[in-house]
Ligand binder design. Structure first.
Ligand code: OGA
Ligand code: NI
Length: 316
């Protein structure tokens, strides 16, 4: 059987007036990709390619710097989100190093002194991800058969979005997992990966590679969108397998909701089509908090992690 291929779509028409037929075709392929995999890739997304390659370069330089330089970027003790440098304990059930960044201007952001251009590049990358995030948000609304501005109207607060620069060391004989199988809590996530393969999505019990493609960004659906759409699109389980003999570098941008939002399936997906809601209402930040707690306890069994099913309404 041929290996299933995650579709890549060219977003050029979405930066122009008109081109309605082309836009419709793209919306149809993204809808299909979201139903089948919860993942797709985009090219001609408007994020400058010299910026993405520079971001990967400076991030690699930072993670390859001495430990004490990295530890100087440890999160502030009172930070609501551990912005700054973090490292998963080794050995643990997954292994990677990462630096979390909140929106530019946040008092909690911590940047290394070296490489000196790190901050500027990260801030520019953040702004570019915010922009493409808004385009993807409109497209996904249409994929869900709703007006393009429906998600923006539901939540127009971008202050809960964040960006993570991630570094995976080469696999060892004992450990190959870089990020354990998980689902993202976001509305959707945009991933920039370097040329080293490792990101995989689970489909019908098999792991399918999201093959790196020059110039492409990866998009995947997250839990928040799954709840709002009452399971029309599912937040896919994915993982990162560490490569042999070399490290891997990526960025994940989480297009979130405001933590103060109560979320539950939208009426367009329940009342208006006479479908019972599959989730009870819950406060988004409570879910974020529970997820962070279970991660920081370094749970070693996957089934101990809190997931969206915590809020599922039991079936009759
Ligand atoms: C994540 C994630 C993928 C990657 O951070 O949630 O899935 O390629 N990252 O690093
Ligand atoms: Ni993820």
């Amino acid at each position: 059987m041929a290996t299933p291929k995650i579709p890549t779509v060219d977003l050029t028409p979405f930066f122009k007036e008109g081109y309605e037929d082309e836009k419709r075709k793209i919306i149809d392929s993204i809808t299909k990709a979201c139903c089948e995999y919860g993942f797709f890739q985009i090219v001609n997304h408007g994020v400058p390619l010299d910026l993405t390659s520079q971001a990967l370069k400076v991030s690699k330089k930072f993670f390859e710097s001495p430990n004490d330089a990295k530890l100087k970027c440890s999160p502030l003790p009172n930070a609501p989100v551990p912005a700054g440098y973090n490292k998963k304990p080794n050995p643990s059930y997954e292994f990677n190093e990462f630096l979390i960044m909140l929106p530019p201007g946040s008092d909690f952001n911590i940047f290394p002194e070296n490489p000196p251009e790190f901050r500027e590049v990260m801030e520019e990358l953040f702004s570019q991800f915010l922009k493409i995030g808004m385009v993807v948000e409109r497209i996904l609304s249409e994929c869900l058969g709703l007006p393009p501005c429906v998600l923006k109207e539901f939540n127009d607060d971008r202050s809960w979005d964040f960006l993570i620069a991630i570094f995976y060391l080469p696999a060892t004989e004992k450990e190959r997992i870089g990020a354990n199988p998980h689902k993202d809590v976001s509305c959707f996530t945009i991933v920039l990966q370097d040329e080293v393969a490792g990101l995989e999505v689970e489909k019908d019990g098999e792991w399918i590679l999201i093959a790196p493609q020059p110039g492409a960004l990866v998009v995947n659906i997250g839990d928040a969108l799954q709840v709002l759409m009452n399971d029309k699109f599912k937040s896919p389980r994915h993982r990162v397998v560490r490569p042999n003999g070399r490290s891997r570098n990526s960025f994940a941008f989480f297009h979130n909701l405001s933590g103060d939002k109560w979320i539950q399936p939208l009426p367009q997906y329940t009342k208006e089509i006479v479908e019972p809601p599959k989730y009870r209402p819950f406060l988004y930040k409570e879910y974020l908090q529970k997820r962070r707690e279970s991660k920081s306890k370094n749970v070693t069994r996957l089934e101990d992690e809190i997931t969206i099913s915590h809020y599922a309404v039991p079936e009759e």
